[in-house]
Design a binder for this molecule. Structure first.
Ligand SMILES: [Zn+2]
Length: 479
């Protein structure tokens, strides 16, 4: 196997890039900027998909599948949308050996084609709300790429909904932001700040965009999910209309929202350490690995018997693997599973078999501190391994939250602000003006991440220009 990981405090970027490849989550594709999500990464993504899909369905959404090719003219129907996406488009000009009459765009996102279809499917107020979601991949011609964080081709879900009133569409926008927050906290154990994007940071064509911002291990921010309120921008562009109860033709109000494989990057950079990945138990493809320890054939037969028994008992409740590879030593296996972030390891040696014990080793607490000697009977019962996994899940979240809180400061002057954003987050009163925001970015490399939902109330003066401010914004350097 590969060399040792570069420590995070030495080179966080290298640590991340090497870890993604070494842990076999993803690899570089032969096309520049594209990634291949390997089986281990796909298994993680599938667990994330299930956790999200369950929540989408519980809130009334249905899945659908739209084609990946979109007529160029569709994108041009919404002015801001085409302006925002033009630089990133992949365009198909030829098909079947002939030049196409109209170029087709490989979807960067599907508002336009779904809007076009909604216009044909929605007739009256009875057809509303229309709540659709699509699991698919999209293409955006990014110049600077990084596995999971920003690639030409990535995987995601995009929700698209149409409503009768502005209020209902806004409710949906916020409901999904809550769904994403719940997913981040309960499933991924990642602390996030839900809030509204500034005018200059919002989605191309949206009236308002909302995001989750998460603090990575290097204290840079990562936008982890977004939810957009379109007002009637897309319904006007695509004629998404309905007859209301008075038989009057009205434009719908629409939303869209997405969470992508980028979130895998958030999980890696939130929890990972110098030994590798640390995966939250609820999403980990393998939650428990059993590693048998033996030297002689005699030891092997009794240890394997116990290891198999433990695996058989556990597999009804948890995702468990028995590492029975003969060609590797136990120590090598420990390192290997640590690299892959498996939350809990069970070590069984000949002495354990004699005493009916086993060692539990927590991935999130390295070394001796994370190890405990338990009876094998204890492993079999729900309050053994299962509760341990719940504890790990809860403590990972608490650790992420504490890191986030410890590194979010409220500077009182712009000088202090400049220092803070060198290597942490700043929460500060902000006037909301585009020009002020651009200056802050130029002077400090920090951007507004969002205007958190959770506001102190009252009013203050802008940390940069001193104009009156009604809201506090979150500033940080970001991925
Ligand atoms: Zn200002």
């Amino acid at each position: 196997m590969a060399d040792k990981l570069t420590p995070r405090n030495q080179d966080f970027n290298k640590w991340y890039n090497d870890l993604v490849v070494m842990s076999e989550l993803a690899d570089y594709a032969p096309v520049r900027g594209c990634m291949v999500v390997r089986p281990y990464g796909t298994a993680l993504w599938e667990n994330m998909q299930q956790a999200l899909d369950k929540r989408f369905k519980a809130t009334g959404h249905q899945n659908a599948l739209f084609p990946s090719l979109i007529p160029m003219s569709f994108l041009e129907k919404e002015k801001h949308h085409v302006e925002g996406f033009s630089p990133e488009l992949a365009v198909v000009t030829h098909g079947g050996g002939v030049k196409l009459e109209e170029p087709l765009v490989v979807r960067p996102t599907s508002e336009t084609i779904i809007g076009h279809m909604m216009a044909q499917w929605i007739h009256s107020w009875r057809d509303l709300p229309m709540l659709l979601n699509q699991w698919c991949d999209v293409v955006r011609w990014e110049m600077r790429t990084k596995l999971f964080i920003r690639t030409l081709n990535f995987y995601w879900q995009e929700g698209h909904t149409a409503h009768a009133t502005s209020g209902q569409a806004m409710e949906e926008t916020m409901r999904i932001l809550d769904v994403y927050t719940d997913f981040a906290v309960s499933e991924a154990a990642v602390a996030v700040v839900p809030g509204r994007k500034s005018e200059s940071e919002k989605f191309a064509g949206a009236e308002a965009s909302y995001s989750l911002e998460a603090m990575m291990g290097d204290k840079k921010a990562l936008q982890a999910a977004t939810s957009h309120f379109f007002g009637q921008n897309f319904s006007r562009a695509f004629d998404i209309k309905y007859l209301d109860k008075d038989n009057t033709l009205q434009n719908c109000w629409t939303t869209s929202w997405g969470l992508s494989t980028r979130f895998i990057g958030a999980i890696i950079m939130t929890h990972g350490d110098d030994n590798g990945l640390v995966l939250p138990p609820r999403l980990a493809p393998t939650q428990v690995v059993v590693v048998p320890i033996y030297k002689s054939d005699e030891e092997k037969s009794k240890v394997m018997k116990a290891a198999l028994r433990i695996k058989a008992m556990l597999q009804e409740r948890v995702r468990v693997k028995l590492d029975d590879r003969e060609e590797f030593s136990p120590g090598w296996k420990f390192n290997d599973w640590e690299l892959r972030g498996v939350p809990l390891r069970i070590e069984v040696g000949p002495k354990d078999v004699d005493k009916n014990t086993a060692v539990l080793a927590r991935r999130d607490v390295p070394g001796k501190a994370g190890k405990s000697l338990v009876s094998q009977d204890q492993i079999m019962v729900v309050n053994g391994v299962d509760e341990m996994l719940d504890t790990i899940q809860a403590e990972l979240y608490q650790r992420s939250l504490k890191f986030h809180q410890d590194n979010t400061h409220e500077p009182r002057s712009y000088d202090e602000f400049r220092q803070v954003v060198e290597e942490a987050w700043a929460l500060a009163w902000w006037c909301g003006e585009r020009e002020c925001e651009a200056q802050i970015k130029e002077e400090t490399k920090a951007t507004t991440r969002n205007i958190p939902q959770d506001q102190p109330g009252g009013a203050g003066v802008c940390i940069h220009c001193g104009k009156p401010a009604k809201e506090k914004a979150l500033f940080a350097r970001a991925y």
